[in-house]
Design a protein around this ligand. Structure first.
Ligand SMILES: [Mg+2]
Length: 129
């Protein structure tokens, strides 16, 4: 499956750019489970942020995330088909399916939203197979 992650307030804290807890571990697990990881952001392609946090090797491609009219825009841009999206915004999760996470607005070592998203992905993948 193609698993898509938002960046700001999902993978990293929009306030100071720190990485959300468990992201690297969950990325490794998703790849070990045989899925592909894509990262998209309405701020553009975020390779620099992924490299800064040592995540780039897990990620197949980075995209500019459309602001709306998602399916038509993605077809026009030749973006891989999202099967499961993880995002802090509800609307895009409603369009593609996936897991809405609580916005990561300030550093919090106790945050476990990435684990919850991974559990939701596993459940989704099991139902799909
Ligand atoms: Mg976001």
């Amino acid at each position: 499956m193609n698993v898509f992650f938002d960046v700001d307030d999902t993978l990293i804290c929009g306030l100071d750019g720190t990485l959300r807890p468990h992201v690297a571990d969950i990325f490794a697990r998703i790849r070990a489970d045989g899925h592909a990881i894509y990262v998209w952001s309405s701020a553009g392609r975020r390779w620099q942020d992924l490299e800064r946090h040592g995540l780039h090797a897990f990620v197949s491609e980075c995209y500019l995330k459309p602001d709306g009219d998602y399916e038509r825009t993605l077809r026009a841009q030749n973006v891989a088909e999202p099967h499961f999206v993880v995002d802090d915004h509800r609307d895009i999760v409603d369009v593609f399916g996936g897991c809405q996470v609580r916005p990561y607005l300030e550093p919090d070592v106790g945050d476990t939203e990435m684990i919850r998203a991974y559990d939701a992905l596993r459940e989704f993948a099991q139902r799909r197979s």
